[in-house]
Design a protein. Sequence first.
Length: 169
Amino acid sequence: MRNEDIRLRNSLNVGSHLPVLMKLFSITDGPIVEYGGGINSTIFFHWACFSTERKLLTLESDWINHKLLRKFRTDWHQCQFVRHWNDAIVEDNYSLVFIDHNPAAQRHVDVKKHINAEYVVLHDSEPDKNNIYFYDRIYPLFKYKLDYTKSWPNTTILSNVHRLNKLKI
């Protein structure tokens, strides 16, 4: 089996973040950035943004994944290969930020770039994974936090803009 086929098969087994992404997509209308593309999030975002040409930026550091996902590039959907995450140039004007990239220890660093986003979504946010992702370092930067635990792995929503206690997912 080719590496691309193995990656695709493994990606089909996850997608627990999709209910959260779908809900937040439906209640926002600004640009979106995803750190770490995938068969679930990138394809959902691409087609959800399609009719309105909503701005979407997919950042990916794995060359094989990037080769697969760059086929989705359009005028409104940028797909960038990122060799070093600290060199990635991103703005601070996103409605929705999705964090699901590698290396794991980089995630909390990139979240700090988006404390003004409407919503920041963290995938793989189970408490026992904190020693991998260091999410506890960024939680105090946000006023509002909601853990989505209806599916595994867990997904967490953060915001300094919107209260999350009435969000129905």
